[in-house]
Write a protein that binds this ligand. Structure first.
Ligand SMILES: C[S@@+](CC[C@H](N)C(=O)[O-])C[C@H]1O[C@@H](n2cnc3c(N)ncnc32)[C@H](O)[C@@H]1O
Length: 349
C-alpha cells in the first residue's frame, strides 16, 4: 500500500488532507514530499510529519471544527469500523463540491465494503480499482446528491461502561469496551508492590508510578483502588493515542486520582529515572501488522524511566519472548506468572 499512497500524496496539492493513523507510519519514516495537511490520531506520526516539514495536527480525528475547503482527502483505512465510518461521514462535510475521498487498503482491511459505504454516504456511484494487492476507492461529492450518514457508534463521545468496571471509554482506542485479560491478570500482582510490602524497596509514603501505554487507564485505576488512601500515588499515564488520553484523563477525574496524562511514543516524554514503579501491557500490533520491535521500545523506555532499584511489571502474550528481550536492560528479570496465554514479568533495575 505504501507505493500507492506515496504516489497519491506526491500528486496532491496544498488543498489535500491526509488522514494518517499507524498504517501510514512506514511511509513517513522513509521521507516524503507532501504539500497538504496531515491529521493523525498517533502522536509519533504527527511528530514525524513535523520533522519532515509536513504541516500536521494531532487529535482524535476531530474533524468537526475544520473548514470545508479540501479538494481531496486521502485515508488509508483504519482497523476499527467506527473510526472509518466517522472519517467518511466527516469527509462529506469537509470536501468542496466535486472534491474526492480516496480510501486505500488491502483486501483484508474491509476496503470493498468501505467503498460501498462511502458511495452510499456521498450519494455517488462506487469506484474501486485494484493496484497489485491494494484497492483504491474514489468517492466524489456532489452538492445535489442526498447524503446518508453511516453508523459510527457515536465515535466522538466518551461513555461510562459497565463492561470496563464503570470507567469511561470510547471507540478509537485499544479494546475500548472490554477489560483486557492480560491487564486483569497483571493487576492481581499490584498489592505486592505497594510501599512497605516485603517484595519492595519503595519509599514508605509516596509511589511515583508510570502507566506506559495507558489506554483508558485501567491499570492506573486498579492500582489506585488496591492502594487505597494510605498510599500517596503520583501517576503519570502516557499513550500515543488521543482517544486513550481523553478517556484516561476523564477516569482520573472520576476516581479522584492524582495523575497526569502525557502524550508520547512509548513513554518518550517521561523524565529518566523518575519512576519507582512502571506498569505496562505493551502493544504488539501497529495497525494491521504485528510489530516485534514495539516490545523492545517499551522495554528500553521502561528501563530509562525507572530509578535505580525501581520495578517494572509487564504482561505480554506468552509467545512474546519478553524475558529474553529484557536481559541486559534490567538487573533482574523474573517471570511471576503464566496464565490464560499471558505471562507476567517483574523487571528490576
Ligand atoms: C495492550 S494496550 C494496553 C492498554 C491499557 N494499559 C490496558 O491495560 O487496558 C496497549 C496500549 O499502548 C498504546 N500504544 C501503542 N503504540 C504506542 C506507542 N508507540 N506509544 C505509546 N503508546 C502506544 C495503545 O494506544 C494502547 O492503549
Amino acid at each position: 500500500m505504501q507505493a500507492l499512497l506515496s504516489q497519491l500524496l506526491r500528486d496532491s496539492d496544498s488543498n489535500t488532507l491526509w488522514i494518517a493513523d499507524e498504517n501510514s507510519k512506514a511511509l513517513l519514516n522513509g521521507g516524503l514530499g507532501f504539500a497538504g495537511l496531515l491529521i493523525s490520531n498517533r502522536w509519533d506520526i504527527a511528530q514525524a510529519a513535523e520533522a519532515h516539514g509536513i504541516r500536521s495536527h494531532f487529535g482524535d480525528f476531530d474533524l468537526a471544527t475544520m473548514q470545508a475547503t479540501y479538494s481531496r482527502i486521502v485515508y488509508p483505512v483504519s482497523k476499527e469500523k467506527a473510526a472509518v465510518h466517522h472519517v467518511i461521514n466527516r469527509a462529506a462535510d469537509l470536501l468542496q463540491e466535486g472534491g474526492e475521498l480516496f480510501l486505500l487498503g488491502e483486501k483484508s482491511s474491509g476496503i470493498k465494503t468501505y467503498a460501498q459505504k462511502a458511495a452510499q454516504c456521498f450519494g455517488c456511484g462506487k469506484q474501486l480499482k485494484k493496484h497489485g494487492n491494494d484497492y483504491l476507492s474514489i468517492s466524489s461529492l456532489q452538492a445535489q446528491s442526498e447524503h446518508h450518514s453511516l453508523d459510527d457508534s457515536d465515535y466522538t463521545q466518551l461513555r461510562q461502561l459497565d463492561t470496563v468496571g464503570g470507567l469511561y471509554s470510547k471507540p478509537g482506542l485499544f479494546g475500548w469496551n472490554k477489560i483486557d485479560t492480560g491487564s486483569a491478570i497483571l493487576a492481581c500482582h499490584f498489592a505486592d508492590y505497594l510501599p512497605n510490602t516485603p517484595l519492595n524497596d519503595l519509599p514508605a509514603d509516596e509511589l511515583r508510578v508510570v502507566d506506559l501505554g495507558c489506554g483508558y487507564g485501567y491499570l492506573s485505576c486498579r492500582l489506585a483502588e488496591i492502594a487505597g488512601n494510605p498510599v500517596q500515588l503520583s501517576i503519570r499515564a502516557t499513550d500515543n493515542n488521543p482517544a486513550a488520553m481523553l478517556a484516561c484523563q476523564k477516569n482520573f477525574e472520576l476516581r479522584e486520582i492524582e495523575g497526569r496524562v502525557i502524550p508520547g511514543d512509548a513513554g518518550s516524554e517521561i523524565e529518566s529515572g523518575s519512576a519507582d514503579l512502571v506498569i505496562c501491557n505493551p502493544p504488539f500490533h501497529q495497525g494491521f501488522q504485528v510489530e516485534g520491535d514495539l516490545t523492545d521500545r517499551f522495554l528500553t523506555q521502561a528501563a530509562r524511566i525507572l530509578r535505580t532499584r525501581g520495578t517494572a511489571l509487564f504482561v505480554v502474550n506468552e509467545f512474546i519472548p519478553l524475558g529474553k528481550k529484557a536481559q541486559g536492560l534490567f538487573q533482574q528479570v523474573d517471570m511471576l506468572n503464566k496464565e490464560k496465554g499471558f505471562c507476567v514479568y517483574r523487571l528490576t533495575k
